[in-house]
Design a protein around this ligand. Structure first.
Ligand code: SF4
Length: 103
């Protein structure tokens, strides 16, 4: 078992790889890729992989490079601010954070 075994279950292996590398103008292709990701059973592992590899391009875990850059920045800000009350849900394409109630 390797750290990349999750890739065996990647839904993107079953569709045309071009949709995961759209140009900026090809928003419909990007949306198709994001729809595939939304149903992928390994989306969480994929997102962590893509966040750890800033050089990867294209759609990963329903996010594009710009979205992942923002997620990395937000994580860094949370880490440096010691903001333990905010957790990035890591949900692809939604760019959401939830606030965990503190007591
Ligand atoms: S989340 Fe998307 S890019 Fe990642 S493995 Fe699944 S289908 Fe592929």
């Amino acid at each position: 078992m390797t750290q990349y075994d999750w890739m065996d279950d990647a839904l993107c292996r079953q569709v045309s790889p071009e949709i995961f590398h759209p140009t900026i103008q090809e928003t419909s292709l990007a949306n198709k890729a994001k729809a595939v990701c939304a149903n992928c059973p390994v989306i969480d592992a994929c997102l962590e992989y893509a966040l750890e590899m800033p050089g990867v391009t294209g759609i990963y875990a329903g996010t594009n490079e710009k979205e992942r850059r923002l997620m990395r920045r937000r994580r860094e800000q949370n880490a440096t601010q010691g903001n333990q009350g905010v957790r990035d849900t890591g949900t692809a394409g939604q760019q959401t954070s939830i606030r965990i109630p503190t007591r």
